[in-house]
Design a protein around this ligand. Structure first.
Ligand SMILES: CNc1nc2cc(C(N)=O)ccc2[nH]1
Ligand SMILES: [Zn+2]
Length: 372
């Protein structure tokens, strides 16, 4: 079996759960945050730096790797692990989200989606079978079914038709999957913000017996309280003995809210994306390093962080590099942000083990400046 999930314990006062996910490339302690390496690299970081900062699994994007360098080349290289010199687990998404978020002029039919290459404008076509062919070639340990992530807001009939098509596509993905023994195919629950439709999508996909399930269709512009309400309703419908993955989430508060409602896996471009413009998540809240207040601040980026950046460089120096568009500045902010979220998940895992999740959430929210 490609992946096996072990539920180690559920936190006494919440739905937070501590688990372990066994994969062909190693064991993942959950809840887990996956740094995003869209084009087979977590931008500016080496695999060694990722490991030094505790990264256990990374995500790469099927759509982007299909366009560049092409999945055949990655396959000829021996697969994504070999190609990017990463020997720990990898998860690839199916391209569904990118097709709906990156490309205009798309046409959705039962067969699949016709759209334009966001780089060249040429016409492309992705189907469940094509997405799985690409993901099988890339060779990630966990692969996602080809789905439609509906826009927000969307009318109920559209959401119903869309989730039913996503279920039919999921079935086709399962039939097309050539490597079920070393690549685990996860289904993606849709249904927008409608509880009945979420229930229908969950039931239809659970019927197909996937080794893991994602909650899709969230973090698409809906208010946070709506996202949390949908999660509150959906996660209890998901199998307890299988991993639950919330796609595209998130910021520190979203990680706490998702874990509290029983989510095990998260991915988000936030830490790496905001690092590139010099915005850092720290134990005392967000630090926008370009800010003039840091011009003569010779203290560490985060006084409570033990990452390479915070142990060796000052805010003034990092601000200087970012202001001068020096790549090393982006590397330093990226190292810190990735470390920060990975360390946060480490603290969350420990808090679940010791039944003090609510206390950790409260103290983090206060120091970060969130309102509870
Ligand atoms: C950043 N937000 C986000 N929502 C997502 C939804 C999906 C999905 N397949 O529904 C995938 C990636 C996503 N990223
Ligand atoms: Zn740091």
């Amino acid at each position: 079996m490609a992946v096996r999930y072990e539920l180690l314990k559920t936190e006494k006062h919440t739905g937070a759960r501590r688990g372990r996910l066994h994969t062909p490339h190693g064991v993942i302690e959950t809840p887990i945050f996956m740094p995003v390496g869209t084009l087979a690299t977590v931008k500016t970081l080496s695999p060694e730096e990722l490991k030094d900062n505790g990264a256990q699994i990374i995500l790469s994007n099927t759509y982007h790797l299909w366009l560049r360098p092409g999945h055949e080349i990655v396959k000829e290289a021996g697969g994504l692990h070999k190609f990017m010199n990463w020997d720990r687990p990898i998860l690839t998404d199916s391209g569904g989200f990118q097709v709906f978020s990156l490309s205009d002029l798309r046409k959705i039919t039962e067969e699949g989606v016709q759209f334009r290459n966001h780089l060249s404008g040429e016409k492309l076509f992705l189907s469940p079978e094509k997405a799985i062919e690409i993901e099988n070639a890339l060779g990630a340990d966990i692969i996602m079914a080809f789905d439609e992530c509906p826009p927000f807001p969307a009318d109920r009939q559209y959401l119903k038709n869309s989730l039913e098509r996503t279920t039919r596509w999921a079935k086709r993905c399962k039939e097309a999957h050539a490597r079920p023994h070393d690549q685990a195919l996860f289904g993606i629950i849709q249904g927008g913000m409608d509880k009945e439709l979420r229930k229908q999508s969950a039931e239809e996909l659970i019927e197909l017996d996937f080794p893991g399930y994602a909650v899709g269709g969230l973090s698409v512009g809906e208010p946070k309280d709506i996202m949390n309400e949908v999660l509150e309703f959906t996660t209890p419908l998901m199998p307890k003995d299988k991993p639950r993955y919330l796609m595209g989430v998130g910021s520190p508060d979203d990680l706490f809210e998702g874990v509290e409602r029983g989510i095990d896996m998260f991915d988000c471009v936030l830490p790496t994306r905001i690092a590139r413009n010099g915005t850092c998540m720290t134990s005392v809240g967000k630090v926008v390093i370009r800010n003039a207040t840091y011009q003569r601040d010779f203290g560490p980026l985060d006084p409570n962080c033990d990452c390479y950046t915070c142990k060796n460089y000052s805010r003034a120096y990092i601000r200087h590099l970012i202001k001068c568009d020096e790549v090393f500045g982006i590397r330093l902010t990226t190292i810190h942000n990735v470390h920060f979220l990975i360390k946060l998940m480490d603290d969350i895992r420990k808090a679940i083990e010791e039944d003090r999740f609510v206390e950790l959430k409260k103290s983090f929210y206060e120091s970060y400046g969130y309102t509870l």
